[in-house]
Design a protein around this ligand. Structure first.
Ligand SMILES: Nc1ncnc2c1ncn2[C@@H]1O[C@H](COP(=O)(O)OP(=O)(O)O)[C@@H](O)[C@H]1O
Ligand SMILES: [Mg+2]
Length: 235
């Protein structure tokens, strides 16, 4: 069986000349939850943005066996859902329900079916009661849940969450971990939150200077991570 995600030799340079990714190799198998660790600026978000074609660099990116390219982009975005660090940037409709229904509508479902999917997804994240509210009135934790519902409504095989616990208080972080643990999808969690990574992930990939410098258990990589702050490496 092909892996859910296969990335080979991915390189990406921003317009200002910054080489953000410099030969990333990565695989995600079905059922895995993997942490992406690494200092700020090491390339994690840039990598995530390649997984659903928001950015496109040199090298190979395949999702569920599909090369991520303009021809496959619609299907790829049905398979993999990205939740950005700042959930607010993902919520833009007048009500929570409309926001969550946006994805399924966009993928061609009828308004009735899309609303059904949205309600089911809100139920899954424990946010049914907020369906009629304006997203900007929600707390940070609630916004995160709604953003996740928006992804779930499209029924993806893979979830990618970029620093999901950053704006949450400790109870919010625990609730998020509980919610994510109950979701069957394979997951990539970009995080600096080691207790969260330890609780959620079976392995970790460690980004340094635009490459995955090491992979291993979360514990091994967490030690590397702390060590990098004490004695940063240049390679
Ligand atoms: N829009 C952009 N334009 C130019 N450089 C960028 C842009 N976004 C990120 N970078 C640079 O790319 C590198 C990787 O950034 P990023 O992927 O955001 O890292 P991380 O998510 O690990 O903190 C950094 O050097 C960052 O400054
Ligand atoms: Mg980032």
């Amino acid at each position: 069986m092909s892996p859910l995600i296969l990335v080979q030799g991915l390189r990406y340079q921003y317009d200002d000349g910054t080489v953000a990714l410099n030969g990333v190799n990565f695989r995600l198998e079905a059922g895995e939850t993997v942490a992406l660790l690494g200092a700020n600026g090491s390339g994690k978000t840039t990598f995530a943005l390649h997984l659903n074609g928001l950015l496109s660099g040199e090298g190979t990116v395949e999702v569920c066996g599909l090369p991520v390219n303009p021809k496959n982009i619609v299907e790829v975005r049905r398979k993999i859902g990205l939740v950005f660090q700042d959930s607010e940037s993902q919520l833009f409709m007048p009500t929570v329900l409309e926001d969550v229904a946006f994805g399924p509508l966009n993928h061609g479902l009828s308004p009735g079916k899309a609303a059904q999917r949205a309600l089911a997804a809100l139920e899954q994240v424990g946010m049914s009661a907020a369906a009629g509210k304006a997203p900007y009135h929600l707390s940070a934790g609630e916004k995160k849940r709604v953003a996740i519902a928006g992804i779930l409504a499209v029924d993806p095989d893979i979830l990618v969450l970029d620093e999901p616990t950053t704006f949450l208080d400790p109870p919010g972080q625990r609730a998020l971990a509980q919610l994510l643990s109950a979701l069957p999808q394979a997951k990539i969690l970009i995080t600096h939150d080691m207790p969260f990574a330890r609780a959620m992930c079976s392995r970790a990939a460690f980004f340094r200077n635009g490459v995955i410098a090491e992979e291993g258990s979360v514990e091994q990589m967490a030690q590397r991570y702390e060590w990098d702050f004490i004695a940063p490496r240049t390679t």
